[in-house]
Write a protein that binds this ligand. Structure first.
Ligand SMILES: [Zn+2]
Length: 248
């Protein structure tokens, strides 16, 4: 087993883990924003229903005021009715009284409708209010879970960075330079396994002679196509698991 190659494989595993943790870490704020947006949408629904309810109550008050005014007018008209002198005036005041009575009756009908509407809207607003409070509680709870997870991930990333430094220290400077360049240029993958004569990352065939050399495990080799460092997982020494990384 080539010690340097084993270090490179470990380095790759550490980088993979690091990238995976970073992705999860970045997921938290995105998820929190999504939950907040969901809550705000619901709050918007509640507020517009509440506005509808408040407007109905306002209209109710103004129609009640109208009825009061109409009744006062009716009173005045009835007084005038007793004071009229001619038949013509009498017919005219009777007509006015009739109109006012019709107006009162129309307004009373709309008060009944409004009261029904206010009752229905009041029930809906109360339901939404309850739901909103529950959603606010759930949002706070979910947010604190996600924030805690974010902190925990941050801690794991810090610990992993320590491990990463230890692995890097074990790699020779020349090899480290090449590896870091590959990480940069080859989408964060500098090391690849070869299975059945194929580079597992770029999926190209390794020439049979090269594959035999790789299995002999005498020198560090690079893929002739993608230039990544190659190893053959048939050598047990190169099988690095996540547990190994945690214990590095
Ligand atoms: Zn390759």
């Amino acid at each position: 087993m080539l010690d340097q190659l084993k270090c490179l494989i470990e380095y790759q595993k550490v980088e993979d883990k690091k990238n995976q943790l970073i992705r999860s870490y970045e997921e938290s704020p995105r998820r929190i924003a999504e939950l907040e947006k969901e809550f705000e949408d619901f709050e918007g629904q509640y507020l517009s229903k509440k506005e509808e309810y408040d407007n109905a109550k306002k209209t109710h008050r103004s129609v009640e005021q109208q009825i009061e005014d109409l009744r006062a007018r009716l009173g005045r008209q009835k007084t005038r009715q007793g004071e009229v002198k001619t038949n013509k005036e009498y017919q005219a005041i009777i007509k006015e009284i009739d109109e006012t009575k019709k107006d009162i009756s129309r307004s009373e009908d709309s008060v009944l409708e409004l009261m029904d509407r206010i009752e229905r809207l009041g029930g809906e607003v109360a339901e939404l209010e309850k739901d909103l409070a529950e959603r606010r509680r759930k949002l706070d709870e979910d947010k604190s879970v996600l924030e805690r997870e974010g902190e925990e991930l941050k801690g794991r990333l810090d610990r992993l960075e320590g491990i990463r430094q230890l692995v890097r220290e074990r790699v020779t400077p020349e090899l480290l330079k090449k590896t870091d360049l590959l990480f940069q240029k080859q989408a964060g993958i500098a090391v690849s396994a070869v299975e059945n004569g194929v580079c597992k990352v770029c999926h190209m065939n390794i020439p049979p002679q090269k594959f035999i050399e790789l299995q002999r495990d005498e020198d560090i080799m690079q893929c002739p196509h993608c230039h990544r460092f190659l190893y053959w997982p048939g050598h047990e020494g190169y099988c690095v698991s996540e547990d190994d990384i945690d214990s590095i």
